[in-house]
Design a protein. Sequence first.
Length: 79
Amino acid sequence: MSSGTVYCYHCHTQHPREEMRLVVSKSGKRWRCIASIKAAQKSREEREAFGRKVSAMNKAEAQAKLKARTAFANQTALK
Ligand SMILES: [Zn+2]
């Protein structure tokens, strides 16, 4: 093979040259495969989406609790 393989710092293995991307990190330029970059992006998006969902849920729950507490306070105040 003329293009050869490049060592992937992420997978610690060789990949075909055409599946690699040169990425710049703090320690310098490194070769990383496109598959691992895409996988990392996808998992980050999923994590962020999950985080947004959780914080929205927590907010809704906090508001519901506050509402319930306020309603209870109003109820007891009327008695
Ligand atoms: Zn790789």
